[in-house]
Design a binder for this molecule. Structure first.
Ligand SMILES: NC(=O)c1ccc[n+]([C@@H]2O[C@H](COP(=O)([O-])OP(=O)(O)OC[C@H]3O[C@@H](n4cnc5c(N)ncnc54)[C@H](OP(=O)(O)O)[C@@H]3O)[C@@H](O)[C@H]2O)c1
Length: 257
């Protein structure tokens, strides 16, 4: 197992769920971290808590990954000691709505494509040149089983995660000679803020998604991310697919009454 002590890990979307769990998990292994999201107060609170708990270096800043100019500017102005990112976790993402395509709101499509696809491209585009110069790095994309299979009422979310899958595989080929790894972590049902965001704040609908089964947690996914980031230097984990124990696919879920 490779040590994470002193490594510099950049996690997008660290205010909630998988991103937040990952920030604590990496810091718990002695990594220094850079975290961001749009809700800057929460990012800063998490940064302070992590510094106190683990004594690692943390840089936190506000970022909307959809805004390419801001992404470039913010990343170019990282303090010197936070510039050499070893591991990038492209986690920021969302679902908006769960409706038949013809009844769905196109504004949600824009949000999903701009965040899950363009946002991931924006951040990768800003971080990758430094990794290429240093001939060292690891990019871990948070995909989804929605990137392996389409499900009803999820056309655009599934399309966005299929895009993440394609970007992961294509990028791996493009930088095969650069000593940079590219991996994807693709989970099924994880109980995070995801469903509340997907249903525009409707707690009842969000709760129903996980009814009758024990879903994965952000910590379960963070475990898989840590595994992926700590393999010996000659190993690349291309992809990890994680499902809740009672989930067989995106659509086949066994729920206790
Ligand atoms: N939960 C699941 O069942 C599941 C399954 C497979 C994959 N995933 C993927 O896992 C990733 C994390 O989701 P989660 O489940 O942990 O959901 P979550 O709890 O809602 O967290 C999403 C994070 O993304 C951030 N974010 C959203 N839009 C952003 C933007 N434009 N710019 C910067 N940050 C943004 C949010 O922060 P702010 O709101 O503060 O910006 C938040 O920190 C997503 O890519 C999601 O598609 C989730």
């Amino acid at each position: 197992m490779e040590s994470l002590k002193g490594k510099l890990v950049f996690i997008t979307g660290a205010t909630s769920g998988i991103g937040k769990s990952s920030a604590y998990a990496f810091a718990g292994q002695g990594a220094n971290i850079v975290i961001c999201a749009r809700r800057i107060n929460i990012v800063n609170e998490i940064a302070e808590d992590i510094k106190q708990k683990f004594g690692v270096k943390v840089y936190s800043f506000e970022l909307d990954v959809r805004d390419r100019q801001h992404v470039l500017k913010a990343i170019a102005s990282f303090p010197e000691e936070f510039k050499k990112i070893d591991i990038l976790i492209n986690n920021a993402g969302l679902g908006r709505g769960l409706n038949k395509f013809y009844e769905d709101n196109p504004d949600g499509w824009d949000e999903m494509i701009d965040t899950n696809v363009r946002g991931l491209l924006n951040v990768t585009h800003a971080i990758l040149p430094g990794m290429i110069d240093r001939k060292k790095g690891h990019i871990i994309n948070i995909g989804s089983i929605a990137g392996h299979e389409a499900y009803p009422k999820g056309a655009v979310y599934c399309a966005s995660k299929h895009a993440v899958d394609a970007i992961t595989r294509s990028l791996r080929m493009d930088i095969i000679d650069k000593n940079i790894l590219v991996s994807s972590i693709d989970a099924g049902l994880v109980e995070t803020g995801f469903s509340k965001v997907r249903f525009y704040g409707d707690e009842e609908k969000a709760k129903n998604v996980y009814k009758g089964l024990t879903p994965l947690t952000g910590d379960d996914v963070a475990d898989a991310i840590i595994f992926c980031a700590t393999r010996p230097a000659h190993v690349n984990i291309a992809e990890i697919t994680l499902l809740a124990a009672r989930q067989a696919s995106a659509t086949v879920v066994y729920r206790e009454e």
